[in-house]
Design a protein. Structure first.
Length: 594
């Protein structure tokens, strides 16, 4: 990719020095139940900071004795996870608690966590999913053992040595550095913040990529040794006509919509416009919004894929839907289409330009045309639970594509796609819940706005900044900050938390100062590479894990029905996502915002 020109002043301007931080001038003294809740909040924060963290970094779950630590996979104690709900997510909680109470102890915890984020920052300015404080040799050893044998976790099977936009890790880490800098103008966070901004800008595809101009790849800088294919399936174990392998090779170079990569990057740049007055980023934002609009496919299949080609490949044009991981076939994706429609709603509100609404009816019409079969939930419980649409839809035919796998581990098994909606894989849902009525309602509401209402809306848009700065929202951890929260005059009211819930939270915290919850998933510890001998059984086809050599996480109460697996209750761990949720409830109770 061509490096885009992007110059940021290396000294602080008077305007930047006057930027508003997020804390209040002085929180009112706490009394009664709020004081009791604040005391519990502080005890839980101190324990997490002083006992659970490793050099200020966090993973996703811990056994209470801290001898077992998990991120998305088993983790070394010396590791921290960047992707949410990892290290930056915890840092946002500390900063929110500081805003709620004014207590410097929370700022100290946020500072320590933010410095862990700085230590984990890749030299390019972004972040990998994980960081190992023990060094790159230790991280490479993890990839060569635990990561390599996680059958369903292809992004962890290879050490790339670069950074990723996947799963919002880089976006959330960048947001934390932005918040830390505007809080007290600490220059230790200014340089890393500039590198993060520069990373987002440099990695953006430029005009020389045509329709891909403004998009982002999944990883950057590009690693020439990126995997082009998983082990190819054995033809004898795959039904006739099934799709196999990675149809479009190295998926890290495609324009990526998966996990809302584009939306997250646009939001971070918009936060920088708001808090830093960095109006030079508005052009990058506009190019990205235009890329999303132009990548919508022609009718009648007017949707989007998880990823799209960034350049002509094997006779297919740039912008064409692309396959990604071996269980993400070349297709259109219904959930990604829903996400992109909602983003286009945001982009209309940011700009007032109805071109972002123009083709939404086509996208909704396409979604209406490809529901799940009527008996899908009956014949396959994995397609129940309110799911309405197949995840993947075949180009041309408009038929659903469903992922399956055979074998017992990464060394003897593989994935394939066909149109059979029974016995689908469990770790990547074959169906999605698409809210067509909600999409139509929002579209109609926005499309009938009059000129005066649109002008008033746009006048309050963060993209109308002339370089003046505004305070960021007070809280980031209670719920996700989104574009509507960045408009002038917008507020983010906190939820009402009843006294009874707070008393339960404090009772569960007790004197041990930490909460435990049922850990979502457990793992098989690494014991070497699994066997390559073909496995013809079906015990693992619709489970999160394969045989005991597979290091993929799985729920303890839903293991494969084969020895030596035994169904058991989920163990009680310190679960970071649950800690974040509970802390958010206490913060909202201690210092609610109307």
């Amino acid at each position: 990719m061509k490096r885009r020109d992007f110059a940021i002043a290396t000294t602080l301007s008077p305007l930047l020095l006057s930027a508003c931080g997020g804390s209040d001038a002085g929180p009112e003294p706490l009394t009664g139940p709020r004081a009791e809740a604040a005391a519990g909040l502080k005890r839980a924060a101190q324990y997490m900071d002083e006992v659970v963290s490793y050099q200020g970094g966090y993973v996703w779950s811990y056994s209470p004795d801290l001898k077992q630590t998990f991120g998305e996979m088993e983790a070394y104690r010396t590791m921290c996870w960047i992707q949410p709900p990892g290290t930056p997510s915890v840092g946002h909680v500390y900063l929110d608690a500081y805003h709620a109470t004014g207590d410097e102890r929370y700022y100290q915890a946020a500072e320590r966590t933010a410095l862990a984020i700085v230590a984990a920052q890749h030299r390019s300015g972004g972040w990998n999913y994980i960081h190992d404080f023990a060094g790159e040799d230790s991280l490479k050893r993890w990839y060569d053992t635990i990561g390599k044998n996680g059958w369903r976790l292809e992004e962890f099977q290879h050490y790339y040595g670069n950074a990723t936009f996947d799963d919002a890790g880089t976006a959330v880490a960048s947001q934390l550095l932005l918040r830390m800098f505007v809080e007290k103008r600490d220059l230790r966070f200014y340089g890393p913040l500039l590198r993060a901004i520069d990373f987002v800008v440099q990695s953006q595809f430029g005009p020389e990529y045509g329709i891909a101009d403004g998009g982002w790849p999944q990883r950057f800088p590009h690693f020439p040794g990126a995997v082009s294919s998983m082990p190819l399936p054995n033809p004898q174990q795959v039904p006739a006509g099934a799709r196999v392998g990675m149809a479009d090779g190295d998926y890290t170079l495609h324009v990526t919509f998966n996990d809302d990569v584009m939306g997250e990057n646009i939001k971070f740049l918009t936060l920088c416009v708001t808090a830093l007055g960095e109006t030079r980023l508005i052009g990058n934002i506009q190019r990205a919004m235009e890329c999303m609009r132009l990548m919508q496919q022609p009718g009648p299949q007017a949707g989007w894929s998880l990823q799209h080609l960034s350049r002509p490949t094997a006779g297919r044009p740039a912008g064409a839907p692309a396959g990604a991981r071996s269980y993400e076939p070349r297709s259109l994706a219904t959930h990604t289409t829903q996400t992109n429609i909602r983003q286009l709603f945001n982009y209309f509100q940011l700009t007032g330009d109805k071109k972002y609404l123009a083709r939404i009816p086509e996208a909704i019409a396409w979604l209406k045309s490809c529901p799940l079969p009527a008996d899908a939930a009956t014949v396959n419980p994995l397609l129940g639970g309110g799911r309405t649409h197949p995840t993947f839809v075949e180009l041309g035919t408009n038929d659903g594509l469903y992922m399956h796998r055979y074998g017992s581990n990464i060394h003897n098994g593989a994935y394939y796609a066909d149109k059979d909606y029974t016995n689908t894989i469990s770790h990547y849902s074959a169906g999605r819940q698409i809210d067509i009525a909600g999409l139509e309602s929002t579209y109609q509401s926005l499309n009938r706005m009059g000129d005066a209402a649109i002008a008033d809306m746009v006048a309050r848009s963060p993209l109308k900044s002339t370089g003046a700065t505004r305070a960021l929202p007070r809280y980031f951890s209670i719920r996700e900050v989104d574009f509507p929260d960045l408009f002038a005059g917008a507020t983010m009211p906190t939820p009402v938390v009843p006294d009874s819930e707070v008393q339960t939270l404090l009772a569960e915290l007790g004197t041990k100062n930490y909460w435990t919850s049922a850990v979502p998933e457990i793992v098989n510890s690494y014991r070497g590479d699994g066997p390559t001998t073909p496995y013809a059984g079906t015990a693992y086809r619709s489970k999160h894990v394969g045989d005991v050599y597979d290091t993929s996480p799985y729920p303890a109460d839903n293991p494969p029905e084969i020895e030596p697996y035994v169904k058991r209750d989920k163990p009680q761990f310190i679960v970071t996502s649950e800690w974040i949720r509970r802390m958010g409830r206490l913060i909202a109770y201690v210092a609610p915002q109307a």
